[in-house]
Design a protein around this ligand. Sequence first.
Ligand SMILES: C[S@@+](CC[C@H](N)C(=O)[O-])C[C@H]1O[C@@H](n2cnc3c(N)ncnc32)[C@H](O)[C@@H]1O
Length: 270
Amino acid sequence: MAGLGMASVTVVATGDPGDAGDPGDPGDPGGLAAFATEQALTRVDDRAQVPAEHFALAIEAGCVALFPPAARPDLGSLPLIIDFTERAYARPLARKDTLARATGWKGGYRPPVVDLTAGLGRDAWALAGGGCRVTAVERHPVVHRLLADALARAAARPALASVAERITLLGGDVLSDRPPALPVSAETVWYLDPMFPLRKKSSLVKKPMRLFHHLVGDDTDATELFAWARRQAGARWVVKRPPDAPTIDEARPGVEYRSGRLRFDAYLPR
Ligand SMILES: C[S@@+](CC[C@H](N)C(=O)[O-])C[C@H]1O[C@@H](n2cnc3c(N)ncnc32)[C@H](O)[C@@H]1O
């Protein structure tokens, strides 16, 4: 993980971490007090107390929200919130969509997917919305907290609960000393969408995305992650890439799926 890292995040929380550190604890909205303790992050009561060069992780309108550092006006002032009730998430993924074809949907068949780079959960949500069971893994603790909060809010809404329930979110990194345990079978589709350097002039990239990129940095170990995934049992390995980028390693994908600004490289069992 590169970028500004955890040292630059201050948590704004007035709650009590409680004994269990349960994110659903009404005395600790969003589980932020517990999160600050667990991650050994500085915690303050008010956003005005956050150092200018720090991100602020706070509750905004009932959601866990990441505010850009005040010293970075180029990142804007709006917080990053993951919200699966937004219109962008409303259309279910169809079988003809590129992501569906790349992950091997056939007729009514929906493969189980392990998303090794969960991020903002957009792809995981799209796949689960179409019927896949998705295990989503995210190693950045702040991104994991934003996503866990969004999934908990979605699970509490009757219209979204069935999609949220198809997603199992895990924290951690399979390349670390303490890898999360994953469900693996011959049907598993491994999905990777690593963070690459911002391609467009940064002024053209939407500010919340720039903020996300500044928090997480580039995933410089993406090739290693792919090599790890390739050693696991599975039916397919799918890597999302910028349209004109080279493949993730020297191997040629079995099939390439393209549409507009998207490219998915799909690899089949060896
Ligand atoms: C480009 S984002 C993924 C976006 C995601 N596909 C979406 O639809 O929102 C990449 C994310 O993968 C995470 N990541 C990268 N390598 C990882 C690894 N080895 N284990 C867990 N998470 C990883 C990064 O922290 C980052 O949040």
